[in-house]
Design a protein around this ligand. Structure first.
Ligand SMILES: [Zn+2]
Length: 151
């Protein structure tokens, strides 16, 4: 697993798109065991006024309804460590692996993922980190809202 993976590149491209839209710059992609990208998306909370459309949830949503077998052996790429909600979705669908762009900004449910037998890989990518740092500097209130915290 590396930053050269098509799934990671798709997730990073989604994060860039989210940034261009003025949204929370987090992207994600769901890649099947055979390498096919099943879905990708970015955080849409600001764009859609949504309570739940984090990047990973957008990705599951964009992939559409799938049989449980589609998630077996699958990898979720996300540019930032997944929050409790998105961690729960990964556990519920029993994906094999979660590849995280960076976790310097925020550490989500990584330990819980591991405890449920899901492999966790952190790439510590600078662009993922700098997108978040820029956003938090410009719109701190929107970042804290995104993770369910008061400022
Ligand atoms: Zn989330």
């Amino acid at each position: 697993m590396s930053t050269q993976d098509p799934g990671f590149k798709a997730a990073l491209e989604e994060a860039r798109q989210g940034s261009q839209e003025g949204g929370v710059p987090i992207g994600s992609a769901l890649v099947a065991a055979d390498g096919k990208i099943l879905g990708q998306g970015h955080n849409m909370r600001i764009q859609k006024g949504s309570a739940t459309l984090h990047a990973e949830i957008s990705t599951f949503e964009n992939a559409g309804r799938l049989p449980a077998s589609a998630y077996r052996g699958a990898t979720v790429y996300t540019t930032l460590s997944p929050c409790d909600m998105c961690t729960g979705a990964c556990v519920m669908y029993k994906v094999k692996r979660v590849v995280i762009g960076e976790n310097r900004t925020f550490v989500g449910g990584e330990e819980y993922l591991k405890s449920r037998g899901i492999e966790v890989i952190v790439l510590d990518n600078d662009e993922c980190h700098s997108l978040m740092q820029k956003f938090i500097k410009e719109k701190p209130e929107d970042w804290y809202e995104d993770i369910g915290e008061d400022e």
